[in-house]
Write a protein that binds this ligand. Structure first.
Ligand code: THU
Length: 133
């Protein structure tokens, strides 16, 4: 699949504007390309009970899977600062469920800078469904 990073970046930035972040004031946006050919987006949604916060990456993935997507081929993550956005551990575990080792991960920031990784570079030694067999 030919991933258009700029299109993904623009969608993630737009969705970041919808982040609900009254506690951290740290907005994050994500955009993912799925096996169904669609792009899904997500923003972080916080809660007064802090632990219930949903990160942008998981918002996007859960939206996609609930709409019928089975695989995430690529993800981009942006935030409102000039620092690259690194997915948290919980999101990496959820990504494990739906991304293959060679899935594309684009870390980005508010300036259209990109770092590209394979998923297995940012999530080595995964715990996945194969462990359960
Ligand atoms: N956050 C994300 O949305 N994605 C990440 O990968 C890191 C953290 C959110 C959660 C919380 O709303 C805010 O950033 C500060 O931790």
């Amino acid at each position: 699949m030919n991933i258009n990073e700029k299109e993904l970046f623009d969608k993630a930035i737009k969705t970041m504007g919808n982040a609900y972040v009254p506690y951290s004031n740290y907005k994050v946006g994500a955009a993912i390309v799925c096996d169904d050919g669609n792009i899904y987006t997500g923003a972080n949604v916080e809660n007064a009970s802090y632990g219930l916060t949903n990160c942008a990456e998981r918002t996007a993935i859960f939206k996609a899977v609930s709409e019928g997507a089975k695989k995430v081929k690529a993800i981009i993550i942006v935030n409102k600062t000039d620092q690259m956005t690194k997915p948290c551990g919980a999101c990496r575990q959820v990504m494990t469920e739906f991304m293959d080792a060679d899935g594309q991960v684009f870390l980005s920031n508010n300036k259209n800078d990109f770092e590209e990784y394979r998923f297995d570079q940012i999530m080595p030694l995964v715990f996945d469904s194969k462990e359960l067999n």
